[in-house]
Design a protein around this ligand. Structure first.
Ligand code: NAD
Length: 243
C-alpha cells in the first residue's frame, strides 16, 4: 500500500546517495522501482540495471528493460550527476563537454527513452535532481552551476511541452546533502572531520541536508499529492536560498 501503490519508477544514479534514498522511499510507499546506475548494486526489492547516461544505446536498453520488468514506467527520477570544482579557468573544453554530457544531455537522453512509457501512464511525472547552484551563485563551481542552470531551464521547458501529454515535470534543488559525494569531497581535506564540522557550521540550519530529506521532496513531486504542480523547482537546502 502507500501513495505509489501500482506505480513503476525509474531512478537514475539510483545506487547511491539521493538516488538510493529516493528509490528506497518510493518502494517503501508501494512503487516498483528500477535503479539505473554505472554500478547498479542495490538491495531488494529494488531492481538494479546497469546504464551509463552518456551512452544512448545503454540508456535505451536499460529503460526498455526497466519497463518490461516493472510493467511500464509512471515516474522518472532523473538524478544521475557528477560534480566539478573550480572557477571559469579551472576546466578545459573536454571537461566542460564531459560534465554537460552527464548532467544535462544525460537527463535528456533518459527522458527521451522513457517518454513513450510515460505517455501511456495516467500518473506520469518526471523529477530532475537539479541543485541550489542553479539559483544561487556558489564559489568555485562555475561549470557545475552552468549544468544545473541548464537542468532548471530544461525542466521548465519540458513541463510546458508535456502538459498535453499529462506528464508533469519538476525539479528539486538540494543544498549541501550528506551523501557519498560529499564524503569523497571531504576525504581530500587534510582533516576531513574538521572540514565536515566547518561545512556543517556554514549551513543555515547548522547541518547538512539528509539524503532522505531530498528524497521526501522528490517523492512529493512524483506523487499525485502534487498533481497541480509542474515546471517548478523545490529547494531542499536548509535555508541556503532564503535565510
Ligand atoms: P552520489 O555520487 O552519491 O550518487 C550519484 C550516482 O550517480 C552514483 O551512484 C553514480 O554511479 C551515478 N552516476 C554517475 N555518473 C553516471 C552515469 N554516467 N550513468 C549512470 N549513473 C551515473 O551523489 P549524490 O550526492 O546522491 O548526487 C545525486 C544528484 O544530486 C546529482 O545530480 C547531484 O548533482 C545532485 N546534488 C547533490 C548535492 C549534494 O550536496 N550531495 C547537492 C545538489 C545536487
Amino acid at each position: 500500500n502507500g501513495e505509489f501503490h501500482g506505480l513503476a519508477a525509474v531512478v537514475t544514479g539510483g545506487a547511491s546517495g539521493i538516488g538510493l534514498a529516493t528509490a528506497t522511499l518510493l518502494a517503501a510507499r508501494g512503487a516498483r522501482v528500477a535503479c539505473l546506475d554505472l554500478r547498479p548494486e542495490v538491495p531488494e526489492p529494488l531492481v538494479g540495471l546497469r546504464a551509463d547516461v552518456t551512452d544512448d544505446a545503454s540508456v535505451r536498453a536499460a529503460v526498455a528493460d526497466a519497463a518490461e520488468r516493472l510493467g511500464g514506467i509512471d515516474i522518472l527520477v532523473n538524478n544521475a550527476g557528477i560534480g566539478a570544482l573550480g572557477g571559469v579557468e579551472a576546466n578545459d573544453d573536454e571537461e566542460w563537454h564531459r560534465v554537460f554530457d552527464v548532467n544535462v544531455v544525460g537527463m535528456a537522453r533518459v527522458a527521451r527513452a522513457a517518454l513513450p512509457y510515460l505517455r501511456a501512464s495516467d500518473h506520469a511525472a518526471i523529477v530532475n535532481t537539479c541543485s541550489i547552484a542553479a539559483t544561487v551563485g556558489l564559489p568555485d563551481r562555475v561549470l557545475y552551476s552552468a549544468t544545473k542552470g541548464a537542468v532548471l531551464s530544461m525542466t521548465r521547458a519540458m513541463a510546458v511541452d508535456l502538459v498535453p501529454d499529462g506528464i508533469r515535470v519538476n525539479c528539486v534543488n538540494p543544498g549541501t546533502a550528506d551523501t557519498p559525494w560529499i564524503g569523497r569531497l571531504l576525504s581530500g581535506a587534510d582533516d576531513p572531520e574538521a572540514e565536515r564540522a566547518a561545512l556543517e557550521a556554514r549551513q543555515p540550519l547548522g547541518r547538512m541536508v539528509a539524503a532522505d530529506e531530498v528524497a521526501g521532496a522528490i517523492a512529493y513531486l512524483a506523487s499525485p499529492l502534487s498533481g497541480a504542480t509542474t515546471g517548478t523547482d523545490l529547494a531542499v537546502d536548509g535555508g541556503m536560498n532564503g535565510l
